[in-house]
Design a protein around this ligand. Structure first.
Ligand code: GLA
Length: 393
């Protein structure tokens, strides 16, 4: 009996001990979760006035931060004006080209950081036919229509709202593009959601609905320079693009229609290589683009969201991975930058000091039936996602 008692008390002691331990570990779980939410789950959304457009519209800047990286986005053009990420030593620096003021973005922006719509890249001769109707668009790039026209989505003020859910937080930008805007049919209601994830991924979700059959092809035109030194060309960045084919272009950069193999050409980025390796190759296509300014036909188009490209800068150890559900990516190496625009914090943007990986449908798709369709019908929803993931190695 005595023994039993001792056993009973021993049992009670152990049971209580275990209980208190489990309570504690629960609590410390809570604490560590709380701690996690401080250390790993930092959610920062800050809004401030950025400026006012000449026609009196207020432009706000939102800063999203997760404790490791931060991104500034303004409601004018949905422009990413700054994106600050760590290098391999933990130095957090801005790696995207842009300006220091709204007036510079308004005056002459080569699409730095901007949302592009209704149509990313070119539509030949600024015209297309839909159900037998000819639509005449604004020709703003020689004979062609580029990036939505003279007042594309990069030049409008979006309405912003903040959101937060379990996995992500960020801002939702909306814009109603009226029927006939820049020549396009249909009232197009557009929503672009920028989400910042805890693993240093910036996700961009593009959604749109229309009340008339139309075409739509949205993208993001950020110029990256992972060295964070905007005076340095991006030629030393190592890039890979998951594409066996690309789209050769004519002299005005309209795809010829043929899907050409990258094999044996400067366009072969299936194995990672420095941008500078063949950017000045004696190649007709390279000459037409003044470097790379082409659409790659991405592999695994039926896979939905997948890794489509990477860019790595050895000096800083920064790596960008682009994931997307889009069939194409326009890889543009800042060939038109010519040292005339003032860089953030001083200096100028010389040629090839930034590169863009613009995930999208192929240029001129409305005129090229063999390309994946960009037609949006009333009742259907346009929805496409691209993610920019930043790591170091
Ligand atoms: C895209 C185009 C380029 C150029 C840039 C912006 O990448 O393909 O030709 O227009 O945008 O300058």
């Amino acid at each position: 009996m005595k023994k039993l008692n001792i056993n009973f008390y021993a049992f009670l002691f152990i049971a209580l001990g275990l209980l208190s331990f489990s309570c504690k570990s629960d609590k410390s779980g809570d604490e560590s979760q709380e701690k996690d939410s401080v250390v790993m789950k930092t959610i920062k959304i800050e809004k401030k006035l950025y400026g006012t457009t000449p026609d009196g519209k207020t432009v706000d800047q939102y800063t999203l931060g997760n404790g490791s990286m931060e991104v500034d986005i303004i409601t004018y053009g949905g422009i990413i004006t700054s994106l600050r990420i760590p290098d391999k030593q933990g130095n957090v620096q801005d790696v995207v080209l842009g300006f220091d003021s709204l007036s510079e973005y308004i005056a002459n922006n080569p699409y730095f950081g901007a949302l592009i719509g209704r149509y990313g890249n070119r539509i030949a001769n600024a015209t297309f036919k839909l159900d037998g109707v000819d639509y005449k668009l604004v020709a703003n790039n020689g004979p062609n229509h580029l990036h939505g026209g003279t007042k594309g989505f990069d030049k409008v003020v979006w309405t912003a709202s903040e959101f937060e859910n379990e996995d992500a937080f960020g801002i939702k930008l909306t814009y109603l593009s009226a029927d006939g805007e820049e020549g396009y049919p249909g009232n197009l209601e557009v929503t672009v959601t920028y989400s910042l994830l805890q693993d240093n991924t910036l996700e961009v979700l593009y959604e749109a609905v229309t009340d008339k059959k139309t075409v739509v092809n949205l993208t993001q035109h950020t110029y990256f320079n992972l060295s964070a030194d905007f005076s340095k060309p991006i030629l030393d960045h190592e890039v890979s693009i998951n594409a066996d084919l690309y789209l050769p272009v004519d002299e005005t950069l309209i795809p010829l229609g043929e899907l050409a193999s990258v094999e044996g050409t400067p366009f072969d980025f299936r194995a990672s290589k420095k941008i500078g390796n063949e950017i000045d190759a004696d190649n007709e296509q390279i000459k037409r683009g003044l470097g790379y300014d082409h659409c790659w036909v991405l592999n695994e188009q039926d896979q939905g969201m997948r890794s489509v490209a990477t860019a790595y800068h050895a000096g800083s150890g920064r790596q960008l991975e682009v994931l997307s559900d889009e069939p194409g990516v326009q890889f543009y190496t800042g060939n038109f930058l010519d040292g005339t625009l003032t860089a953030k914090g001083g200096g100028t943007y010389a040629q090839r000091t930034g590169f863009c990986l613009e995930t999208q449908h192929y240029p001129d798709s409305p005129n090229q039936e063999q390309f994946p369709s960009v037609v949006l019908e009333p009742g259907d929803k346009y929805s496409t996602k691209t993610a920019f993931k930043f790591t170091t190695k």
